[in-house]
Design a protein. Sequence first.
Length: 143
Amino acid sequence: MENSDNLELAPMRARLQAFIIDDFLITLLVIVILWDSISGSGGDVIALLTLLNEYAVPVIVLKIVYQILFVWYYGATLGKMVAKIRVVDYDHFGRVSLMNAIFRSLGRILSEMFFYIGFIMGYFTDGRQTFHDKIGKTLVINA
């Protein structure tokens, strides 16, 4: 358990920076994994879109696993580490439990799927909590 007197909520700008870095890293990983198929499409946009459609579920699973493991084990994804922010439990300001990391990650995917409305919630809620923070019972603070 941490002393909550020294905690400062992460600014939304840092959270956005972390989001962009994390999504860039996942995209880069997907491109590397699918490079043979992507380069084999010969620049055909329809073939590329079909390929991305075929791998939509594995990409979502990759994003979920990435978020769960990093938030649970390190308290931050790579993007959050670069942005110098971290995720803590809402109740005791310590490490996020595995179950809450799972709920948070699933909530994050739902937020993405529904026009990022869950992310926008962070601008209007106490504790700057997004939908996935509420679901996972977490706060994002400066590291």
